[in-house]
Design a protein around this ligand. Structure first.
Ligand code: CA2
Length: 137
């Protein structure tokens, strides 16, 4: 099973700032733990702060990967382009958010991805990525 985790803007700062919301582990450390936890999964990881690069990556992997775990971060709430890309590809996408976006500001309650996602996981911290991987297994 081939899965990819795609993280959007500012998630490269995980473990470096705002640990009370996003935890204190870097994504590199989290990713290594997930590789150990799911040895049968060919797991890869991509992060970009640039909307178009995220869209290009969705197009690149969206026809020959078994599943995409997508935390588009702030673009979740703003990007028609990423929403359209998720709609346009074949690979199922599980949308993940570390925080409970529905317990935060109103603008975080909207997602351009959710209508075309297989499912959405939010509010379980970093565990949400593992839950998303499990949902594909
Ligand atoms: O809860 C999530 O996973 C979010 O996708 C995170 C986004 C936020 O805009 C979404 O509404 C919810 C923000 C990611 C910023 O990540 C940081 C990590 C550490 C330090 C600063 C920012």
């Amino acid at each position: 099973m081939k899965l990819i985790i795609i993280n959007g803007p500012n998630l490269n700062l995980l473990g470096k700032r705002e640990p009370e919301i996003y935890g204190s582990d870097t994504f590199e450390a989290i990713f290594k733990k997930m590789q150990t936890k799911f040895p049968s999964v060919e797991l890869s990881y991509y992060q970009s702060n640039i909307e178009g690069e995220l869209i290009d990556k969705l197009h690149e992997v969206g026809f020959d990967t078994d599943g995409i775990v997508l935390n588009a971060a702030a673009y979740t709430h703003t990007s028609v382009g990423i929403g359209d890309a998720v709609k346009g590809i074949e690979t199922p996408v599980v949308e993940v958010h570390i925080s409970n976006v529905h317990a935060r500001e109103e603008f975080r309650h909207t997602s351009f991805i959710a209508p075309n996602a297989k499912g959405v996981i939010f509010g379980f911290g970093i565990k949400g990525y593992e839950l998303a991987i499990q949902s594909f297994l």
